[in-house]
Design a protein around this ligand. Structure first.
Ligand code: NAP
Length: 267
């Protein structure tokens, strides 16, 4: 379970063209890891790959795959095999976010979110964990969220999928630890990225008031926790306080929140 330039293990990061994923890719490249970076906006991905390679002097392979498709994991695995790469660090980070009642959600968006957050990371982990187990080393990192600490209206699909990632990651950790493979779950609080672009959240204002962390801060904490072999990381004091508050929130408060929530329709 080593890290750094001496080993130069390949690392694969999903959702690496922006936000937390891009910042994690920078952290790994700065430690000397050559990278497979994956997302589905080709131009943004190419630009991110070029910038990572130039800044850190490591090999970077961009793979443009829509991870919300049913065939995504098989496609990505085939690409990686064709390149002859066996990543020993795999970061399941790609994600989307939307507010709203489940009853109003576009079925294609529902299927896409579940595929992206649940099915694809599970299949990728199943595949890459086998190689790591055979070599008795490696790291899997899952990007969950503090929303996994309770069950919230308006983000039912997002929160439940992040709870799945947390639970799956921690169970997988227990399976793989005896083989010398590490699994870490990072649960960021609100982070200033493009994730909220199509929502009511004012990212600039939240950042100014210190409610949101920067993606670089979250990425640094996540990568440090992973290489330290920690099970779970909630980066920053604010996120830890929010996670506690969410965990302690009684059901009646959540029901009341539903009544006040400006982002949900009134009966
Ligand atoms: N921001 C927060 O407050 C926060 C808090 C807790 C957890 N998280 C989690 O952190 C992770 C990263 O989000 P972020 O905040 O960094 O937002 P972001 O900047 O929007 O990054 C999301 C990444 O996922 C990729 N992605 C989305 N759909 C994809 C698809 N169908 N196929 C391939 N790649 C796809 C995006 O690539 P394209 O642009 O190419 O689609 C992008 O690189 C997510 O899992 C999110 O749930 C975020």
């Amino acid at each position: 379970m080593s890290e750094g330039r001496a080993t130069a293990d390949w690392a694969l990061v999903t959702g690496a063209c922006s936000g937390i994923g891009l910042a994690i890719a920078h952290q790994l490249a700065a430690r000397g890891h050559p990278l497979v970076v994956v997302s589905h906006r080709a131009q943004a991905l190419e630009e991110a790959a070029r910038a990572l390679a130039a800044q850190h002097q490591v090999q970077v392979e961009p793979l443009c795959v829509d991870l919300a498709r049913e065939s995504a994991a098989a496609e990505l695995i085939a690409h990686v095999e064709r390149l002859g790469i066996e990543p020993m660090v795999v970061v399941n980070n790609a994600g989307v976010f939307f507010f709203g009642e489940v009853a109003d959600a576009d079925p294609a968006k529902v299927a896409g979110l579940l595929q992206l957050h649940v099915v694809t990371p599970s299949l990728l982990s199943r595949h890459f964990a086998r190689a790591m187990r055979a070599r008795r080393r490696g790291h899997l990192l899952f990007v969950s969220s503090i929303s996994a600490w309770n069950d919230f209206p308006g983000i039912a699909l997002y929160g439940a999928s992040k709870r799945y990632l947390k639970s799956f990651g921690l169970a997988l950790r227990a399976e793989l630890a005896v083989w010398g493979v590490n699994v870490t779950v990072v649960a960021p609080g609100a982070t200033a990225t493009g994730l909220y672009e199509s929502t009511v959240v004012d990212v600039q204002k939240a950042r100014r008031f210190g409610v949101m962390a920067g993606p670089e801060f979250v990425a640094r904490a996540a990568v440090q926790a992973m290489f330290a072999g920690r099970a779970l990381s909630v980066p920053g004091v604010t996120a830890k306080l929010f996670a506690w508050a969410m965990w302690l929130a009684p059901r009646w408060a959540i029901v009341r929140l539903r009544r006040w929530a400006p982002w949900l329709p009134r009966p």
